[in-house]
Design a binder for this molecule. Structure first.
Ligand code: AP5
Length: 216
């Protein structure tokens, strides 16, 4: 299965990706997570990406495309993959199409998660992430058993730097300008599945799985 998860910041891509990756036994490739790992490790890629991420801007296409192309070469992608947060520009989508065409591979589906701006702002302000294993929580909708502590590994939960209200607004503006055109791009290719993700965590998974059954 080769999938893309599309959607605004905070629309629930990472949360749903965890379920889909488990269901299809495919790697969950989140460009945001890869950038954050590089920032934590203070690599040259992390240093460069951090300037953009802190300001709610997209990391330049050239860096992002090369990073994903490299990741897709890895052996675990042979049985498929789930891209979360990539592509985010038409240039990235075209680069991915070229990469897949060269290998005579096709995408099964692009799932677009839809959510109002109001819900996005509320979900992102409440998001907390485990500093050790990266699991995502929410102080309103997905609370850990013990405040500030990860249920899985006992790590400390923190708020992402780019989840401050002014950075969220910038990320959203960039999403509408740079990423939303991908919705039409993939619709024209007849592989777009739109899913309303306003419900509680896990509630839209059955609709996604059912749409994917027809496309596997
Ligand atoms: P990235 O990490 O990809 O951020 P994003 O796309 O802005 O998405 P988020 O991780 O914020 O949200 P999500 O949709 O995964 O939602 P989540 O599941 O966490 O990218 C960060 C930055 O890296 C970008 O701004 C950019 O600078 C750079 N970057 C990344 N990819 C790039 C690319 N391709 N090109 C250029 N630059 C790139 O859910 C959010 C919250 O809601 C959580 O608290 C969760 O618990 C909760 N929640 C989830 N689902 C539900 C539900 N159904 N009901 C209630 N609460 C829910």
């Amino acid at each position: 299965m080769r999938l893309i998860l599309l959607g605004a910041p905070g629309s629930g891509k990472g949360t749903m990706a965890a379920d889909l990756a488990r269901e299809y036994q495919i790697p969950h490739i989140s460009t945001g997570d890869i950038f954050r790992q590089n920032i934590k490790a203070n690599t040259p890629l992390g240093q460069e990406a951090n300037q953009y991420i802190q300001n709610g801007a997209l990391v330049p296409d050239s860096l992002t495309i090369a990073m994903v192309a490299d990741r897709l070469e890895q052996a675990d992608c042979q049985r498929g993959f789930l891209l979360d947060g990539f592509p985010r520009t038409v240039a990235q989508a075209e680069a991915l199409a070229e990469l897949l065409e060269k290998r005579q591979l096709r995408l099964n589906a692009v799932i677009e998660l839809e959510l109002s701006d109001e819900s996005i702002l509320s979900r992102l302000s409440g998001r907390r992430v485990c500093a050790t294993c990266g699991r995502t929580y929410n102080i309103d909708s997905c609370r850990p058993k013990q405040d500030g502590i990860c249920d899985i590994c006992g790590g400390t939960l923190y708020q992402r730097d780019d989840d401050k209200p002014e950075t969220i607004r910038q990320r959203l503006a960039n999403y509408y300008r740079q990423t939303l055109p991908l919705s039409d791009y993939y619709e024209q290719k007849n592989i777009l599945v739109r899913i309303n993700n306003e419900g509680e965590v896990g509630s839209s998974l059955p609709a996604v799985l059912s749409a994917l059954k027809e496309r596997s």
